[in-house]
Design a protein around this ligand. Structure first.
Ligand code: SAH
Length: 546
């Protein structure tokens, strides 16, 4: 059956996409319908039809799903912030657990049973400790703050957000009023003119403190003293009022320079029993209660006994690092943002934690240098941003070969991609668990543990790594460089496992554990001749064999 744009079809919603959009099937083809619930029967007008899928808008709800509820938010159908205000929280958790399981099975090629469950948040209301409101004008020229519409830069005005802290909304209201009274224009992305870009508020759940960082497009701003006076009067929890200067032309929120207008430069909060001071540039999980649960679980998965060396890549201001430090001999944290590293170092000192060190560097580059610096982690913990591990980081991990790896992720799809790579290179996924840190949105955190398939070989490999000389032939080309060469020159895709097999065959023994298994009957794919020849060609090209 041909699907026709603008025509109305009666549909049954049977699933959600990873972004929380309802999915129906018409004649086997997926139709995406926002703001619907599994179990809804509805009339859907198709707004876009492509060769394989279609996009629709619900015209009429014929039979409502039992999972539906009346959204408490008045802009639930317009705002791009939440996508699950119209379904019960139980249904949302089901959708999120399935999202994680689907990613791990379809992309990660794992058994779905590895996902042990999902922990829902104790509260779905006002849980966020960080708000970044864009500032604009409505059709009458009044100053508004709120959230972008889905896939748009148009602001949906929101004065009271159901997931943000009430402090953030009060602070935003005071800033709007000040802008209105003193004719301070909002920044306009189209013309590049105007002064205020974003209102960034962070609150300390445990400390009760709050901090405003006003993000400005211009160096000069009128009546700042009046802004400070008003803010302090309306929100006594404020401990710092900062101004960040951002003259960039892209949509990155924070610029390079931050000045203190009044009060403290850093916000204090307590997490997992430690006290943290945070710069506005440093990452801090937005859901305090759930972050504590997630981190405790991650530390548990690290399986520490007190003697281990732990490396933690993407450590931010050291929140997990300090939790790990209590159970390990030594923890080395790696983080790219200098302010976060500074925070991490002073946070360690503040809490009297002395067995931690921090490196300010790209995760992959730092991890690559660790063996030469004598660091051989027993456990590696990674908590990368949404895009997951980049090639450099994955390669470095496969050189470090930690016996145990704990991976915390805010995007199940990139996590699953990395799990597929790591399990293809000698790791086994032990278990996975999901935590909902972002109720009412489609986002979900996952933590997984991975172990090396043949832990007995570890000692052996570790000794080899101790001797690692970066001029040795085996260090000449990374696995991805070999893969890239083979793909570009011969159009063949080869796995890390196959490369390892060929390297072993040619005496560049680095990872015998790749093709050995503890289990007698374990099936390990063997590199086909054609691919072996291609890899040999690459090894010759990189002068790793002659
Ligand atoms: N583990 C921390 C931070 C996690 S967020 C916490 O839970 O609080 C991801 C962190 O990775 C951010 O702090 C970000 O600045 C950092 N990051 C992003 N790209 C990076 C890279 N290439 N190398 C190292 N760190 C990076």
């Amino acid at each position: 059956m041909e699907l026709v744009k603008n025509k109305v079809y009666r549909c049954q919603i049977t699933d959600y996409t990873a972004d929380g959009v309802g999915v129906a099937r018409i004649d086997g083809r997926a139709v995406f319908v926002p703001r619907t619930a599994v179990g809804d029967q509805c009339d859907v007008r198709l707004v876009k039809v492509t060769k394989h899928v279609a996009f629709g808008r619900m015209e009429r709800l014929v039979v409502a799903s039992r999972a539906r509820m009346q959204p408490a938010c008045p802009v639930a159908d317009k705002c791009g912030g939440c996508c699950y205000q119209h379904i019960t929280y139980e249904e949302e958790l089901r959708a999120k657990e399935k999202k994680v399981r689907d990613a791990l099975t379809r992309i990660g090629r794992q058994d779905g049973a590895c996902l042990r469950g999902i922990t829902g948040a104790p509260s779905t209301a006002h849980y966020r400790n960080k708000a970044q409101y864009p500032v604009g004008r409505d059709e009458n020229g009044r100053i508004v703050t709120g959230f972008y519409r889905p896939r748009s830069h148009a602001i949906v005005p929101v004065e009271r957000c159901l997931i943000q802290s009430e402090k953030a909304d009060r602070i935003a209201a005071a800033v709007r009023e000040w802008m209105q009274d003193f004719d301070v224009p909002p920044f306009d992305y189209q013309t590049g003119r105007g002064m205020v870009r974003h209102i960034y508020v962070r609150v300390g759940e445990k400390s009760g403190e709050s901090q405003l960082t006003l993000i400005a497009a211009t160096r000069k701003m009128p009546a700042l003293n009046e802004l400070v006076r008003r803010l302090r009067a309306c929100e006594p929890s404020l401990t710092g009022i900062l101004i960040n200067h951002n003259q960039r032309t892209d949509n990155v929120i924070l610029g390079d320079r931050t000045d203190v207008l009044w009060g403290e430069a850093m916000l204090e909060d307590r997490l997992c029993g430690h006290s943290f001071l945070l710069s506005p540039e440093a990452f801090y999980q937005v859901n305090h209660a759930q972050a504590e649960r997630l981190y405790s679980y991650a530390v548990e998965l690290a399986g520490l006994t007190g003697t281990e060396t732990v490396v933690e890549l993407y450590c931010g201001a050291g929140t997990i690092t300090l939790a790990l430090a209590g159970q390990a001999a030594r923890v080395v944290g790696v983080e790219l943002v200098p302010e976060a590293v500074e925070n991490a170092r002073s946070n360690a000192a503040r809490n009297g934690v002395t067995n931690v060190e921090f490196i300010c560097a790209d995760a992959g580059q730092a991890a690559r240098r660790l063996p030469a610096a004598g660091v051989h982690p027993d456990v590696l913990v990674v908590d990368p941003p949404r895009k997951g591990l980049d090639e450099g980081a994955r390669d470095a991990i496969l050189r470090l070969l930690p016996p145990r790896l704990v991976y915390i992720s805010c995007d199940p799809a990139t996590l699953a991609r990395d799990v597929k790579e790591l399990t293809g290179a000698g790791y086994t996924l032990e278990e996975a668990y999901a935590f909902d840190l972002f109720p009412r949105t489609s986002h979900v955190e996952t933590v997984v543990s991975l172990v090396r398939k043949t832990p007995d070989d570890y000692i052996h490999v570790k000794l080899a790594l101790d001797d690692l000389d970066l001029t040795a032939p085996e260090a000449k080309a990374t696995y991805s460089e070999i893969k890239k060469y083979v793909l570009e020159k011969l159009g063949l895709k080869v796995s890390s496992l196959y490369i390892a097999q060929v390297k072993e065959k040619y005496g560049i023994i680095e990872r015998e554990n790749y093709n050995k298994s503890k289990k007698e009957d374990a099936v390990v794919p063997q590199c086909p001749k054609k691919k072996e020849d291609a890899i040999v060609d690459a090894l010759r090209h990189f002068k790793m064999i002659s």
